[in-house]
Design a protein around this ligand. Structure first.
Ligand code: BYC
Length: 481
């Protein structure tokens, strides 16, 4: 493994030798002002002059890749960083299994690769746009810093994809890079490409659920692209995954701290029944049934991001050696899948059944199953927090057919327990399972900013440890810098 040093002398820090790649450097420098305009228009609302205690990637050495310091967000050094090259790496799956990885894009796979890179790129600025209002209502300086950290890194992930577009796709790539700054989350005319990235993130519970569930789809997709036979994409995604881990940490601990605070408040007030919603809400915390409805929403929206269960697109990208499976190199099989099958949940004669499908077309389903297992581990950790406080309540993932807009279940209604329902029954019952307007208004009423170092809003517990081991009263954001 060779670790290329990061060059900080060019405007765009990088470890891809941009100083000698004048054409790409010029293209990126040409794109930079538009990016900064986008950041100022669509990035975090306010706080652009605040000093934020941020981590910046300064190396790709797994032993020490980041440095923490106060930075104004528009001055963050958004760099192009690829994980170290693995000498002798070969394509780990598909038709080209065992051949040396490509340093350039084979002509026949150009369109396919471009589509994946553009979709991946599109999600990054979308999430920043979705989260731009949150600074105003942060429950603490610690949380405020975390959302900004996530935002600047999503910005860097956009740069990562734009580099691939501009370096390997010439003029088409430059056009796509420009369009990535033009689409807008939730816009009627120019929406972002995937469903979940056009939804609102109205409050901090939504943000934490989003970073738990939707960033975890990001992890699965990046893991699959990190297997790619196109080595620059693989290396880019591998380094993005290093940063992504913190985003999921923010989500998991954010929801975990919310659960913790609710259970503690219930205990202090001697409330045993988690469904005693009115009394619990009066304590200034979010009741567990409301959290369950939010969980149901974010999980189902995120499942849609895996595409159809049975997909020839997925089969084609796998066979081409472009997009693999989660932890492809650790799977014990022939990595070609021409004769294999995989069980897929389908609607058969009005019933939900597992049906064996060719494993190649079931690649999305398999990734989604891996995702569900990964989510379940997080849910188990949340349930442990509840157990420890003695409150009788349990979170569960709803059935994968619940509330779906993409794939096998898009035209039917399925309850969280997996029962097919008619439209009338769904209309009658869905309010129990998905957040209502009233839930949104109640959560909204708790969203009051707390800007005193070491203080937290009523509805969320403090973290167990600080970022970069800082003490509890550390001033993570100097607002009036
Ligand atoms: N919304 O064969 P199909 C992240 C379209 S998150 C709208 O079923 P395929 C992050 C599809 O485009 C990770 N349209 O699916 C997280 C196709 O349309 P066209 C993002 C959808 O292609 C948090 C048609 O339906 N990265 O990084 O096998 C914060 C049939 O497609 C949707 C990636 O997704 C949808 N949900 O799989 C920040 C990786 N689903 O082209 C960042 C790259 C499907 O026929 N993307 N369609 O008009 C892919 O690997 C695949 O394109 C997909 C879909 C998984 C998205």
């Amino acid at each position: 493994m060779t670790i290329e040093a990061v060059d900080y002398t060019t405007k765009i820090p990088n470890n891809v030798n941009l100083a000698e790649d004048r054409q790409v450097l010029r293209a990126l420098e040409g794109w930079h002002p538009g990016y900064i305009d986008w950041w100022k228009d669509m990035g975090p609302e306010g706080f652009q002059d605040a000093l934020v205690y941020l981590r910046t990637a300064v190396s790709v050495d797994p032993k020490g890749w980041a440095k923490f310091d106060y930075v104004k967000m528009p001055d963050y050094r958004w760099g192009i960083l690829l994980a170290p090259k693995e000498e002798g790496r070969t394509i780990p799956f598909g038709r080209h299994l065992g051949e040396p990885v490509w340093q350039d894009i084979p002509g026949e796979y150009r369109a396919m690769l471009r589509r994946l890179v553009v979709i991946q790129g599109d999600t990054e600025p979308a999430s920043v746009e979705q989260q731009r209002h949150l600074g105003k209502t942060a429950p603490s300086l610690y949380d405020l810093r975390n959302v900004f950290q996530v935002n600047v890194e999503e910005g860097r992930h956009l740069w990562a994809m734009v580099y691939i577009l501009q370096k390997y796709f010439g003029r088409d790539g430059r056009d796509e890079a420009a369009q990535l700054l033009q689409r807008r989350s939730g816009d009627a005319d120019k929406p972002r490409m995937l469903g979940a990235f056009n939804e609102a993130t109205p409050d901090w519970l939504s943000f934490h659920m989003f970073t738990f569930f939707t960033d975890r789809d990001g992890k699965m997709q990046l893991e699959s692209l990190a297997q790619s036979g196109f080595d620059p994409l693989s290396r880019t995604c591998r380094f993005m995954l290093t940063e992504e881990a913190h985003h999921m940490f923010v989500g998991e601990t954010g929801v975990g701290r919310t659960i913790q605070r609710t259970c503690e408040a219930m205990k202090e007030a001697d409330i045993e029944d988690p469904n005693d919603v009115e009394k619990i809400r009066a304590l200034g915390v979010i009741d567990l049934p409301t959290m369950r409805r939010k969980l149901n929403l974010h999980y189902s929206l995120s499942l849609d991001l895996f595409g159809s269960e049975v997909s020839t697109n997925a089969a084609n990208t796998f066979t081409a050696g472009i997009k693999g499976r989660f932890q492809e190199t650790k799977i014990q099989d022939d990595h070609r899948l021409e004769n294999a099958t995989y069980p897929v949940l389908k609607l058969v004669d009005g019933e939900i059944k597992r049906v064996d499908e060719p494993a190649l077309t079931a690649i999305n389903m398999r990734l989604r199953d891996d995702y569900t297992a990964d989510c379940q581990r997080g849910i188990d950790r949340w349930n442990k927090i509840i157990d420890k406080t003695g409150v009788a309540f349990k979170f569960e993932l709803p059935h994968v057919g619940f509330h779906r807009l993409i794939g096998e279940f898009k035209d039917v209604e399925v309850s969280p327990s997996g029962k097919l329902m008619d439209a009338a029954a769904w209309e009658r019952d869905k309010g129990q399972w998905l957040p209502s307007k009233d839930d949104g208004e109640f959560i909204g009423s708790l969203m009051k900013p707390v800007t005193e170092p070491g203080q937290f809003a009523s509805w969320i517990a403090p973290p167990r440890v600080g970022i970069d081991n800082k003490p509890g009263d550390f001033e993570y954001v100097k607002i009036a810098a």
